[in-house]
Ligand binder design. Structure first.
Ligand code: FES
Length: 161
């Protein structure tokens, strides 16, 4: 645990304490860590394992299964393109490719300035609005490749304000 700073250890210990009386606290603990700490790297998983007794392999399995969790820090804006069936047939892969080209990263990566993460998602429950894009949880409907640059520019301008 040497590479985790003292304040991070304290923060994660507090989160684990929060749910110590729950029967199955792991998802709640990991969700709070993702929200408050920003990501769930291996050293954090090891600490959670020590504090809760849940094997690291089990924690790693949960973190890597759900796209909500991240092993690396996410950008300020998380652009999630839905690749569920309804979105896929309406060209969502082209939208992923366009965002990747504009941002200079691949899906799952974060820009060097820490501003954008590009993710691919499974159905986000907005199939009638396909292809759907979620940016920090807000759904952008029927996004075409011709709209990607404007979406990114608008967010960059918002940052510059
Ligand atoms: S498949 Fe994309 S929102 Fe359902």
């Amino acid at each position: 645990m040497a590479h985790l700073q003292a304040h991070a250890v304290k923060q994660i210990t507090e989160i684990c304490e929060r749910y110590k009386n729950e029967r199955t606290p792991l998802m709640m603990i990991l969700s709070d860590i993702q929200k408050e700490y920003g990501y769930v790297p291996l050293e954090v998983q090891e600490l959670v394992s020590t504090l809760t007794g849940v094997p690291v392999s089990e924690i790693y399995g949960v973190v890597t299964f759900y796209s909500f969790f991240s092993l690396t820090p996410k950008g300020k804006y998380v652009i999630g393109v839905c690749l569920g069936t309804a979105c896929y047939v309406k060209g969502a892969q082209l939208v992923v490719d366009k965002f990747a080209e504009i941002l200079g990263i691949q899906a799952g990566e974060t820009t060097e300035d820490g501003l954008f993460t590009l993710d691919v998602l499974r159905c986000v429950g907005a199939c009638a609005l396909a292809p759907a894009v979620s940016i920090n949880g807000k759904i952008y409907p029927a996004v075409g490749v011709d709209q990607c640059a404007k979406i990114v520019n608008d967010l960059r301008e918002k940052e510059a304000e």
